[in-house]
Design a protein around this ligand. Structure first.
Ligand SMILES: Nc1ncnc2c1ncn2[C@@H]1O[C@H](COP(=O)(O)OP(=O)(O)O)[C@@H](O)[C@H]1O
Ligand SMILES: [Mg+2]
Length: 247
């Protein structure tokens, strides 16, 4: 699905030069959720910007299904921490933004109905973003990404602004919807618990400039009760040790 090889990103302006990613290589298989964890400033968002086609200047290669990244050709869903909703459009129109770019006449089909119901926003479709809560806005952003039926779903710390209870609720909802379509997902987080709760594989980044320290298959993934899984504590300790080294 995704093949990244010797990827380095350098931000360069007049008297500023920052290496954000340093020689990253990773293969991401179809239908998996990769959680990426690492200290602040290590280049996680930069990597997501490369995968979404926002950053085009880099060295090395980044391919989706063997082709260069092109958001016009590939369906890429993006969910950011600050929701990215348009305040002058209703919740319904915000949900349809992604697919309207491809198909102007698009409306909420059965699948879209399923998603908005699952996320509990089907009663809010006529409201504007200014008339709903932060947690509800995050649900709309997630609905929009899933309704696009993306080949690749990119999430940049989407739940970190939410309170603890809403966050756990959103993590569960996200997994429920993910089960229905198993879209390949790159999910960035700085929470060890979230990395373990959501990731089939966990990628650990070093401190800046970001390198990959380890890629770990998560034995707790999709188990009945993740946080009480017999390997949870051991895995959490391993990740915390890495972050301590890295930070
Ligand atoms: N547009 C930019 N111009 C210059 N430097 C940037 C830009 N965006 C990010 N950086 C720098 O690149 C590094 C990685 O940033 P980022 O990818 O946002 O890290 P993370 O998401 O892991 O916190 C940081 O040192 C950051 O200051
Ligand atoms: Mg970031």
């Amino acid at each position: 699905m995704i093949d990244i090889s010797s990827l380095s990103v350098l931000y360069q302006r007049k008297n500023l030069s920052v290496t954000a990613l340093d020689n990253i290589s990773i293969h991401i298989g179809r239908g998996e959720i990769y959680t990426f964890i690492g200290p602040s400033g290590c280049g996680k968002s930069t990597l997501l910007h490369v995968l979404s086609g926002i950053i085009r200047e880099y060295s090395g290669t980044a391919l989706i299904d063997g082709a260069p990244i092109d958001p016009k050709k590939q369906r890429i869903g993006l969910v950011l921490q600050n929701y990215g909703l348009l305040p002058w459009k209703t919740v319904l129109k915000n949900c349809l933004l992604g697919i309207k770019i491809k198909d102007r006449a698009a409306s909420l089909d059965d699948y879209g109905d399923f998603i908005t119901k699952e996320l509990g926003i089907n009663q809010l479709l006529d409201r504007y973003p200014g008339e709903i809560s932060g947690g509800q806005k995050q649900r709309v952003a997630i609905a929009r990404a899933f309704i696009l039926r993306p080949d690749l779903l990119l999430m940049d710390e989407p739940f970190s602004a939410l309170d603890a209870i809403t966050r756990e609720e959103m993590q569960e909802l996200f997994l429920n919807i993910w089960k229905s379509n198993q879209v390949t997902t790159v999910f960035i987080t700085h929470s060890v618990d979230e990395a373990l709760y959501l990731g089939s594989k966990i990628v650990v980044f070093s401190k800046a400039p970001g390198r990959i320290l380890d890629i770990i298959k998560n034995p707790c993934f999709m188990s009945e009760d993740v946080r009480n899984h017999k390997n949870y504590y051991e895995m959490a300790r391993r990740l915390r040790d890495y972050l301590r080294q890295a930070g």
